[in-house]
Design a protein around this ligand. Sequence first.
Ligand SMILES: Cc1cc2nc3c(=O)[nH]c(=O)nc-3n(C[C@H](O)[C@H](O)[C@H](O)COP(=O)(O)OP(=O)(O)OC[C@H]3O[C@@H](n4cnc5c(N)ncnc54)[C@H](O)[C@@H]3O)c2cc1C
Length: 373
Amino acid sequence: MPQTDILIIGAGPAGLTTGGALKHVGLNPVLLDKDTVVGGTWQRRYDRLHLHSVRRFSGLAHYPLPHSLPAYVPKNRFVEYLQDYARKFELNIMGETTVKKIRKSSNNEWEVETDGDIWQSKVVIVATGHFGKPYTPDWPGKAEFQGKLIHSIEYKTGQDYAGKRVLVIGSGNSGSEIACDLAEQGAGFVANSIRTHPPVVPRNFLGTPVQVFGILLAPIPPKIADYIGSKIARVAMGNLAPYGMKPADWQPFSAHHIPIIDVGFVGELKRGKINIRPDIERFIPTGVVYVDGTSEDFDVIIAGTGFQTGLPELIDIPNVLDERGYPAFPSGQPTAQPGFYFMGYTESVRGHLYEANQDSRRLAKIIQNYLNS
Ligand SMILES: Cc1cc2nc3c(=O)[nH]c(=O)nc-3n(C[C@H](O)[C@H](O)[C@H](O)COP(=O)(O)OP(=O)(O)OC[C@H]3O[C@@H](n4cnc5c(N)ncnc54)[C@H](O)[C@@H]3O)c2cc1C
């Protein structure tokens, strides 16, 4: 049975920044990751993707993204940076190692069962990400649809859909960017079915990245921050109601949820290349019926319907997950179980990578104290 002091489960950005922060305080974690390469989650994402958050606030702990990179880093350059980060801190990453179960061991440490071993560790940090399991709802009639149905995680480029009638279901950042990519790359017809209308903000406002406004406004009362944010969005985007976008059903600061950061969606919407549709009632062999009773035919349907964490299957430890299967404790802070922590689950308008960087620095000190106590 391999033994160590600190095990990090997952070597994505959250696991890596935790590894770097721990190395920085003189600790030497082992990282287990099921992937074959560092940065695999980013490498596999769609071709058009650039970081939505700005370079300056997207680097990992103690080793920023290089200034030579553009303000919004293309995904492949971000993958190179993650790999460089792992080398810089000489992180001990064991790839192609899938963790199956985490439980308490008889001596009050942690037992981590992988596909090959059972590890024993004093400290375990779970950093397997928000996006572990693609989620596609069980729409009535789904199995009868004769076109192609994929999850957004399988989408690579709009070139594959030139001339096709495509429906994107969902209104997250991925769904909106995919709808935009499809429109730009010559899909025959693009519709975007939206159940809950999101706020849409520009990536830059008056030459300043909108993420900077997120960071500056985060400390003030959420209602006031939301009010300012919605005014900025209105000035920058105009009134989107004539194009089918309803007033937002939620606001970023009160909901702790990232708005749609516009990277071309609004332009395509205004050009009439993206057509907003209501929620789906059911699938039919040729397409869908919407909740308003209208129907439309499609060749391809892309479900931008999100992910589940996969944590309930992974973690066999009481009182650390909530009813939705999310961590019941903030990332980078102690949980109900001494020596057991989460990293990378903070969702905020300041950006996931920004929060992971901050959380990992704090967690490194907490773990240092825990191991010395
Ligand atoms: C399309 C898209 C764009 C985004 N853009 C930005 C952005 O611009 N700025 C920003 O701040 N955030 C962005 N995010 C959010 C977030 O920063 C990224 O999703 C980021 O990759 C999350 O890092 P993570 O380490 O928490 O999770 P992941 O990147 O998902 O990494 C988790 C790691 O855990 C491993 N793993 C999972 N389960 C197991 C297991 N059972 N055993 C072993 N290993 C396991 C995986 O192989 C993976 O390497 C974006 C997200 C998406 C989906």
